[in-house]
Design a protein. Sequence first.
Length: 114
Amino acid sequence: MKVEKSAKIAKMPVNVEGAQGVEIRVLISKADGAPTFAMRMFEVEPGGHTPLHRHPHEHEVFVVEGEGVFVHEGRDYPIAAEHVVFVPGNSEHRFKNTGRSTLRFLCLVPLSGA
């Protein structure tokens, strides 16, 4: 069981090729006793983006604040606060911040993909 303010959880830079201006907080993981899913919060600075990538697992995303573009298989989809995004496994994707403030989103993934 875990009850905690997200701001108290350490934020780490995403240091992978193709990422720019992205930080992550791992909010819930196996270390917290979660057997199936991990919950992560991403923060993307204006002009920043996650890497263009693909992986076998799906993930579910909820945009908390900001605005940007979800790129999926070469197509751009505008996103903003309260948008939900389902990312199927094995699909090429990235998130880009096209706004003037931080793009913040929750991302849930199976622990096999976290």
